[in-house]
Ligand binder design. Structure first.
Ligand SMILES: [Zn+2]
Ligand SMILES: [Zn+2]
Length: 363
C-alpha cells in the first residue's frame, strides 16, 4: 500500500505562549496507510489545557511543548480515508486523544493508558484546534446515530470517570463521596448513580459552588463544604469510597477531607492533578488502613463502553447533557479560541460560576 495523495490546507490555532493563539497553515499532501483525514466539529475545553493556556505548567514543559494546538476531547468528521481503512467518509467519530506505542513495558504488561511513549493530544502532540488533521483509524470510534455530537464530545472525560469508577470497585450498598463540582466530578457522580446504582442517600456530591452542585440535586446528596462544615463533619468516618476530582489549589484541603471522610479500610481514587507537593497526614492513612489510588486517562475499551452507555441509558445521557455549558463558541479565528478559553477558565473566567463543559465548534 502507498500513501494516498491529497491536497488540503489546514488552519491550525496554536498556543505559542500563555494567553496567545496564533493561526498557521499546514499543507496536508498525503494520507498514510491506515490513517484518516479528519475535520474537527466540536470539542470541549478541559482543565488540563487551561494550565497551558494560563502558563501554569512547569516552565520546561511549556518551553518544550509550545507551540501546540490544544483540545483533546471531541468529535470529528471523516473527510478522506487512507489505504487499509474501512470507515466511510462523512462518518462522525469520537477521537481517542491517546495513541500508545504498543511496544513499551506498560503497553505489553500493564495498560495502554500508562504507555511511557504515548502521544497524547494537547499534552505532547497537537490537539483538535485545527481545521484538518491526520489520525490513525484504530484510535477513533464512530458516533452512533442517535447520540448528539455535543454529548459524544464528552466521551473522553466520561471515559476517565468510568475508568475511575471501575478502579474503585464500588459495590451496591456502599456510601460514596465525590469531591469536586467541576465537569469530571459531576460525570463521576453520574456514572456512580447510573451504572452502579448508588442511591441518592448514599451518594454525596461535595463542592463549593451551589450552582454547580445543584446540577446533581436529583440523584445525589449535595453538600457545600464551605457553607456546611457541620454536615460535612457528620460524614467523617462513614464513607466507603471517595473520589477526589477537584485538584489544583483545592488539593490542600480535599486530600485531608478525603482521609477524614473515609471509614476504616476505605478507598480513595485521586483524579485531580496539581503542581508541586501537598502535605498529607500519613499517620491517619496508616491507622485507618486506607487505600489511595491515582487514575489517569482511559483505555479504548472505556470509550466503547461510554458510547454504549450513552446510547442505551436514557437517564445517564440526560445527566451528561447537564454537564455541557449553555455557552459555546464558534471558532473562525485565533481570537475566537482565546475568547473561549478566557470564558472557560473556572478560576478567573465566567465559567467560575456557570456550570458545564464549554464547547467550541468548528464551522
Ligand atoms: Zn480532558
Ligand atoms: Zn507504550
Amino acid at each position: 500500500m502507498t500513501a494516498k495523495i491529497v491536497e488540503v490546507v489546514a488552519r491550525e490555532y496554536c498556543l505559542t505562549k500563555p494567553f496567545t493563539f496564533v493561526e498557521r497553515t499546514r499543507i496536508i499532501d498525503s494520507i498514510p496507510d491506515y490513517h484518516l483525514l479528519l475535520k474537527p466539529i466540536v470539542a470541549g475545553i478541559c482543565g488540563s489545557e487551561m494550565l497551558y493556556f494560563k502558563g501554569q505548567k512547569e516552565l520546561e514543559k511549556l518551553a518544550k511543548r509550545l507551540p501546540m494546538c490544544l483540545l483533546h476531547e471531541g468529535v470529528a468528521e471523516v473527510v478522506k480515508t487512507g489505504a487499509g481503512t474501512t470507515i466511510l467518509p462523512k462518518t462522525r467519530v469520537v477521537v481517542n486523544p491517546l495513541v500508545p506505542c504498543g511496544k513499551c513495558f506498560a503497553c505489553m504488561n500493564l495498560q495502554e493508558n500508562l504507555c511511557y511513549e504515548a502521544k497524547y493530544m494537547a499534552a505532547n502532540v497537537d490537539g483538535l484546534a485545527r481545521t484538518f488533521f491526520l489520525y490513525p483509524e484504530s484510535r477513533v470510534i464512530p458516533v452512533p446515530e442517535d447520540i448528539e455530537l455535543e454529548v459524544a464530545a464528552l466521551s473522553e472525560p466520561i471515559s476517565v470517570a468510568l475508568n475511575a469508577v471501575e478502579a474503585s470497585g464500588i459495590k451496591e450498598g456502599e456510601k460514596v463521596a465525590v469531591i469536586g463540582d467541576g465537569a469530571i466530578g459531576f460525570l463521576v457522580a453520574s456514572v456512580v448513580s447510573s451504572m452502579v446504582r448508588i442511591p441518592h442517600e448514599n451518594l454525596f456530591f461535595i463542592g463549593v459552588v451551589d450552582g454547580k452542585l445543584s446540577m446533581a440535586r436529583d440523584f445525589a446528596t449535595i453538600l457545600n463544604s464551605y457553607k456546611e462544615k457541620q454536615r460535612l463533619e457528620e460524614l467523617f468516618g462513614k464513607i466507603d469510597v471517595v473520589f477526589e476530582a477537584a485538584g489544583g489549589g483545592a488539593h490542600k484541603s480535599t486530600v485531608s477531607q478525603s482521609i477524614r471522610l473515609l471509614r476504616l479500610g476505605g478507598r480513595c481514587i485521586l483524579l485531580g492533578i496539581s503542581s508541586g507537593e501537598v502535605s498529607v497526614a500519613i499517620t491517619n492513612i496508616v491507622n485507618k488502613n486506607l487505600m489511595f489510588r491515582g487514575i489517569t486517562r482511559s483505555k479504548m475499551e472505556h470509550f466503547v463502553k461510554v458510547l454504549d452507555l450513552l446510547r442505551n441509558n436514557e437517564s445517564f445521557r440526560s445527566k451528561v447533557k447537564r454537564a455541557i455549558s449553555d455557552k459555546n463558541f464558534v471558532i473562525r479565528s485565533a481570537k475566537d479560541l482565546e475568547d473561549a478559553f478566557r470564558y472557560a477558565d473556572t478560576e478567573a473566567g465566567e465559567a467560575h460560576l456557570n456550570p458545564g463543559r464549554v464547547l467550541v465548534k468548528f464551522p
